[in-house]
Every structure is written in C-alpha cells, then in structure tokens.
Design a protein around this ligand. Structure first.
Ligand SMILES: NC(=O)c1ccc[n+]([C@@H]2O[C@H](COP(=O)([O-])OP(=O)(O)OC[C@H]3O[C@@H](n4cnc5c(N)ncnc54)[C@H](O)[C@@H]3O)[C@@H](O)[C@H]2O)c1
Length: 457
C-alpha cells in the first residue's frame, strides 16, 4: 500500500497543475508526476520546473505522449471538456488507470463508451466528482444510511452560483458556449446529479426540466457601453460584471473574504473594501497582487500590466451583454423521480448572494437541512418524534471544493494500489448515471417534455 505511484499529466491548467499537481508536491510519498503534455509554453515550463520532469517526458500535446509505450502507473487527464474522451480511451488502451476530470465526455455515446472501455480493459477510470468526498456530503450520506431520518422521501438541492463566478466561467470563460464545451447542466451540475444519485442510492426513472438564458443578451447592453469594460463604460461603477471590479480590484472575492475569513485576513479585506487606496501600502499589497482563481485564468502574466492587457484583449474583459457566442442557461430547474419513487428537485442559477449549495432532505423520521457555502458549511438535523434540533456540523470557510479534491486523489490512488473498483467511493459506471441525468435534463428542457431515462440507456 505504501508504494509511490508515478503519473503522466495531460493538461497542466487550473485543475492539472494547481489542484492535482499541488497535491503531488504536497504528498511526494503517494504520487510523482513524471511526464506532462501541455501546449501552453508558460504552463508547461512551470510544471516541468516544479516537478522536475525530464526532457524526454515533456510534450506539447497528449498524442505523442500516449503513443509511447506505458511508462507510468496512472494518467491524470485534466484537459477541457471536449478533450476528455480521446485521451482517456487511448490511455486505458495503453494500460493506464485514469483519473479524468468531469464531465467524463460531452456526448452520451462517448460517456457510455468510456464506461465500457474501462470495464473491457479492466482499467480504473475515476471521474472527479469531488463532492462525494467533501465532509459535508459524506456526513449527510452517513446520516441517511444510519436511518436517523427514516426513509428519504424528497430532496431539494440548489446550486447557487454568484454573479461574478457565473460571468467568469459561463459568460466570458471556457463554458460559455454549449457547442464548444457542454451544456451547463452537464458542465457544472453533473456533480449535483451525482450527489442526488448517491444520496438516494437509486437510479432515476424520469425527469422534467425548464430553464433558459434569461438575462444575458443584446437587449441588456447599456447605452454607450464599449466592447471591453476597461475602455470606459458609462455604467462601470454600478455594473456587477465590470471586468476591473472582478479581476483588478477583486471586489467579489473581498466580499466573500469579509464574510468568511478570520483575524488579520478579515481586517485586511474589510479595510480594502472600505478604503481601496490602501492596496498601495505593503500590508495590503497582496490584494493588488492577487494571482489565484479566477484572476489566474485570464493570463499567464500576473503583473498589473499583464492583467490589463488580458482585459483589453481576451473574453475576460468583454462586456457580458455582448458575448455573442454565449449559449448556456443562466437558470435551470430539474424535477426528478427515482425508481423507488423518491423525488428530488434541483435548481441551478447564476444570481446568488452567496456562492454554494443548499440542501434539504426530508425523511419519514426526520429532516436534514444543510448549507455548503464559500463562507463555511453547516448541517442541522430535526427529529420528527421528539422535535429535537441537533447541529451536526458548523465550520468556517473551506478550500478545494470543501475538502473534496484531496479525497478524489486519495481514493483514486487507493483503488489503483488495491487494483479494485470495489470498496471505493465510485467508478465510471456510477459516474455514467449522473451524466445520463444531465443529458436527460438537457433534452427535457430543450424539448419541453418528461424524459424517461430508459430512452437514453
Ligand atoms: N471537478 C471539479 O470540481 C472541476 C472544477 C473545475 C474544472 N473542472 C474540469 O476540469 C477540466 C479542466 O479545467 P481547467 O479549469 O483546469 O481548464 P484549463 O483550461 O485551465 O486547463 C486545461 C489545460 O489543458 C491544456 N490542453 C489543451 N490542449 C491540450 C492537448 N492537446 N494536450 C494536452 N493538454 C492540452 C490547456 O492548454 C490547459 O492548460 C475541465 O473539463 C473542467 O470542466 C472540474
């Protein structure tokens, strides 16, 4: 069990380098990245330097890396949504066990094929559904399994995305166009579908869904607005989506910090919100120099000039109402009936005061109410018989998807070492279920009808 595994990394971006690459550096006894495929020069150079990857194992794309005979234990495939299927299939055929980012693929046919190939090649294929590993959701799962709330009758789950995050990822960013990436219900909410499937422990029978791109569109373009916010927009002071507000002054992040941080950090954040000029003083300069998500996405040059250049030249600086290619929903609801008649409702939207998921599980003996937020999470249990209220969990702010990212990697490495898909949290066949739900919800929404999941199996 103690053997260190070697990994090839395909895609050294936010997830590949910053999340799982950092995990490897922090846990050198568990995993070592020995090869990389990454087309962007700066990203490639950074990962090579940090992980000391030898010259012969550095590639600009995944094809030549996977053309080589297998030379590591596992493949970490961390490319964008539309570039999951081909490298994952090739990696399994080459003999690698694979950790693949979600969504597993962008068509149902490809998702099914991934599960099939994982089984036919006997290779482990784990999809990064991190929520299963977050303490918040594992506690809820264990309470349900303990029988404390009796039989689960209904679950209500909401994914509340804040305006800046929605604009960053789904208006300006990678996931703004369903043809180039995937529908938002798949890209963002396959996690939620997975959680519902996991908590209920049953397959879905049928579902319906409604939703649209209601807010963002040409009819909302402010009078006189330039194409890029930074070119001087008449409503820049009051626009939530002003690119300078998000990427230079990082106001939405400061507002989260003001709610969730402690001590000196809270003092810094609150002071800067009140007196922005403070960022010129050394104690407060780290606000000005902030270079993590979402700012890290806009450029590889995190100097102020580099950020400004990105806001003048990339989608991240564009007026959100002028993003012609934006074609994903900004709100969607899904009504679900499981095979055991349990029902669930799911709501996704991009207009939340606070970022995070909220959930309510009603059972025959009790109710669980939980909040899984950027500022922290909490779970309360109510007993129907005694009317007793128990606070099960209350935390401060959490990083790394509420603790889920570490769990994903640890479970993946454990299954590879044990060479088993059993006794672990998930496998490709289980992930296929959540993807089926997401595709069904997309069809139901577009065709305005109830979809029987059997149609898609
Ligand atoms: N599990 C989660 O909670 C979670 C969170 C965020 C993103 N994601 C998913 O993770 C994936 C990656 O997202 P990201 O934010 O890291 O994206 P990213 O764009 O930062 O990283 C993708 C990297 O792949 C590289 N790439 C492009 N073509 C390549 C090729 N031919 N060969 C090798 N690499 C190539 C890109 O240059 C880029 O550096 C996406 O599918 C996304 O949906 C999952």
């Amino acid at each position: 069990m103690s053997k260190r595994l070697t990994a090839i990394l395909i895609g050294a971006g936010n997830r590949g380098a910053d999340t799982f690459g950092e995990y490897a550096l922090e846990n050198p006894e568990s995993i070592k990245i020995i090869a990389v495929a990454e087309p962007q020069k700066a990203r490639r150079a950074k990962i090579v330097r940090k992980h000391v990857i030898p010259e012969e194992n550095i590639f600009e794309s995944w094809e030549p890396l996977l053309d080589k005979e297998k030379f590591a234990d596992v493949a970490l495939i961390m490319t964008q949504d539309q570039m999951h299927y081909e490298p994952a299939i090739k990696a399994m055929n080459q003999g690698y066990d694979v950790l693949l980012e979600k969504p597993m693929a962008t068509t149902l046919k490809e998702c099914k094929s991934l599960a099939d190939v994982s089984e036919s090649t006997c290779k482990i294929l784990h999809i990064c559904h991190g929520l299963r590993y977050a303490p918040f959701f594992s506690i809820i799962k264990s309470i349900i399994e303990s029988g404390k709330i009796g039989e689960v009758v209904n679950i209500s789950l909401r994914e509340n995305v804040s305006p800046f995050h929605y604009a960053h990822s789904y208006v300006r960013g990678h996931w703004h166009n369903r043809e180039k990436s995937s529908p938002m219900i798949l890209a963002k909410s396959c996690h939620d579908m997975d959680i519902l499937f996991w908590l209920v422990g049953q397959k879905v029978q049928r579902l319906s869904s409604f939703g649209s791109q209601k807010y963002f569109g040409k009819d909302k373009i402010p009078e006189g607005a330039p194409d890029y916010c930074i070119q001087g927009c008449p409503i820049e002071k009051t626009c939530l989506y002003n690119a300078s507000r998000i990427y230079l002054d990082i106001i939405p992040l400061l507002q989260i910090g003001a709610k969730s941080s402690k001590g000196l950090e809270k003092f810094i954040v609150k002071s800067v919100l009140k007196f922005p000029k403070l960022t010129n003083l050394p104690l407060f300069r780290k606000v000005k120099n902030y270079s993590e998500w979402p700012v890290s996405t806009i450029s590889s040059d995190m100097s102020r000039d580099g950020k400004i250049k990105a806001l003048n030249e990339t989608n991240y600086g564009r007026c959100v109402y002028k993003m012609d290619e934006h074609s994903v929903v900004d709100h969607q609801v899904v009504n679900i009936e499981f095979e055991n008649q349990t029902t669930a409702t799911f709501t996704l939207h991009g207009f939340s005061n606070e970022e995070g998921r909220t959930l309510r599980v009603d059972g025959t003996r009790g109710t669980l109410i939980g909040e899984f937020l950027a500022s922290g999470d909490n779970i309360v249990l109510f007993d129907h018989l005694t009317d007793k209220k128990t606070i099960v969990r209350k935390t401060g702010s959490l990083i790394g998807h509420g603790g889920g990212d570490v769990g994903i990697m640890e479970t993946f490495l454990k299954s590879v070492k044990l060479k088993t898909n059993h006794d672990v949290m998930t496998n490709a066949r289980a992930s296929l279920e959540s993807h089926l739900m997401a595709f069904a919800a997309d069809i139901a929404r577009l065709q305005k009808r109830v979809v029987e999941i059997e149609e898609l199996r």
